[in-house]
Design a protein around this ligand. Structure first.
Ligand code: UDX
Length: 489
């Protein structure tokens, strides 16, 4: 876009309303994306914060201005970012979280959203577009249609997850009871889910997303995702995926060819941290940064399972034992609701580690992953954690729980080769991870040959990722072409 075009719609400054979904894994990328639009493209953004108003210390919503953009960026009239909050209904803790009720609550927010948008849609700064989290497409597209403005959708998961949803919506993959099946799997034997779904790698049954969190909601969630995708595919202006060129190219090409909505792999906005806005009920513990400063380069294993994954008491104990006996330095995020009823305290873990470890309730993850002392990441493979680790060149040890995490783990280990997997034992229908295997895998990542290989690969992928986020890199170019389309339609 020409510079005088930036942030303008018909000569006016673009005013986007961003519609969020209330978990950290969704809020973080949307906030980062909006900050990018404000800082580099002169947008005004009103961020509609659909917030978990549960226990804890979530910051109260405030109207706020961002810092001024650097002098080389053309100065638009008042680049601002302000927040409004809707729905003060208490959202449950991770251990009570039902995807179904979360989706149903947020899908019904249309009237409230419309009230908010009408109240800010003034003549001097009219709303020119909506930017909606994929999960919020139902109320967002509805309001966008009424206002006659475009709705840009942000996909906070990988392109592969979106493509799988697309195949489900087309009937190439079908939902049966609480599993999904690919038509092409039958002849390939029990373990293969699909070999020839265009744009996806060969997938095994263990890689297939399910939604067995507190209870098994798999079938229901897939049905919801298909509905959301159909609205997106048929009505949205465009879809931005938080992925980069070179990572999921075949997947993005398959999406572009077979869906009706323009797809932009213009993602990874990790240099726009959102630490001035709390996105979790827990306070970031900054105390871990001075501790990291004192540790040798590449010596610390960072451990976090994201914002909603749950561990059983048995798993927590196995992890604690395995981590401690690996004798590695570690920084472990033990969220207060990570285990439903824990008898194992953070104090126990720290004491047993004889000073090698630090436990926090919530960490400034982006800063942690960027710190040179961090040499590995034991992760649940949430898409944000995955992209943040890639952007910082940190190799991963994968223990996925549900949803897209299973698919992400498969790509991390076998496609991009920037992480290792645990060898867990199959027990009936579940898998059991023993502390001895945890110890072995951690040592392998931090000190072994396998670890060295994935660390080198992770460094190369980091370079690719920073090239795409360079001002002339592919993510910026693609975002510019999306904005150009937005200005002209
Ligand atoms: C979930 C899904 O797992 C994810 O794949 C999906 O795309 C979004 O919803 P979540 O399980 O919370 O998200 O994981 P993840 O996607 O990794 O997001 C967690 C976010 O919280 C990351 O941005 C991470 O930086 C942040 N975080 C996590 C912290 O800031 N501090 C912490 O201590 C832990």
């Amino acid at each position: 876009a020409s510079q005088e075009h930036q942030g303008k719609s018909g000569g006016r400054q673009h005013h986007a309303v961003a519609v969020s979904f209330p978990t950290s894994g969704h809020l973080n990328p949307l906030i980062r994306f909006c900050k990018l639009l404000v800082k580099d493209h002169g947008f005004a953004v009103t961020f509609v914060d659909v917030r978990r108003a549960s226990e804890g210390s979530a910051a109260p919503p405030q109207a706020g201005m961002l810092r001024s953009p650097p002098s080389h960026v053309p100065q638009p009239p008042v680049p601002s970012f302000r927040r409004v909050q809707i729905s003060s209904n208490a959202m449950p803790k991770a251990c009570d979280l039902s995807f179904r009720s979360l989706f149903e609550t947020t899908a019904s927010l249309g009237p409230e959203l419309e009230d908010v948008i009408l109240s800010i849609n003034h003549e001097d700064r009219p709303v020119t577009c909506l930017i909606a989290d994929f999960n919020m497409i139902v109320p967002a597209q509805d309001v966008a249609d009424r206002l006659g403005v475009p709705c840009v959708v942000l996909c906070t998961c990988s392109a592969s997850m979106l493509l799988l949803t697309h195949y489900l919506s087309q009937g190439d993959v079908v939902c049966m009871d609480s599993v999904i099946c690919a038509h092409s799997s039958a002849k390939d034997g029990d373990d293969v889910f699909c070999r020839c779904l265009r744009g996806l790698p060969t997938l095994f049954n263990k890689d297939i997303p399910h939604f067995r969190h507190v209870e098994d909601e798999t079938r229901h969630v897939w049905e919801l995702l298909i509905q959301l995708w159909k609205i997106c595919d048929g009505k949205a202006h465009s879809i931005v995926i938080n992925t980069i060129e070179g990572l999921e190219d075949c997947t993005c090409a398959a999406l572009t060819d077979s869906s009706g909505v323009p797809v932009y792999d213009a993602g990874f906005w990790v240099d726009h941290p959102c630490n001035d806005i709390s996105t979790s009920p827990w306070k970031e513990d900054e105390g871990c940064m001075p501790w990291l400063e004192q540790q040798p380069i590449c010596s610390v294993l960072y451990i976090s399972f994201g914002s909603i994954a749950l561990l059983s008491q048995k798993e927590l104990e196995a992890f604690a034992e395995g981590i401690i006996s690996s004798q590695q330095r570690f920084l472990w995020v033990l969220r207060p609701d990570l285990v439903k009823e824990t008898r194992y305290s953070a104090k126990d873990v720290v004491e047993k580690s004889r000073g090698r470890g630090l436990v926090v309730e919530w960490a400034p993850q982006l800063q942690v992953l960027a710190h040179p002392s961090v040499g590995g990441f034991l992760t649940h493979c949430g898409w944000n954690s995955t992209t943040e680790a890639i952007a910082n060149g940190v190799p991963m040890l994968c223990w996925p729980y549900f949803g897209d995490q299973l698919l992400n783990a498969r790509c991390i280990v076998d496609e991009w080769k920037v992480g290792l997997a645990f060898h867990a034992e199959k027990k009936d229908s579940s898998v059991e991870l023993k502390s001895g295997e945890i110890e072995r895998a951690i040592r392998s990542l931090m000190e072994g040959n396998e670890g060295r290989t994935v660390r080198e690969n992770a460094q190369k992928l980091k370079e690719k990722s920073s090239r795409s986020f360079h001002p002339d890199g592919s993510s910026h170019m693609k975002l510019r072409s999306l904005l150009e389309r937005l200005y002209t339609k």
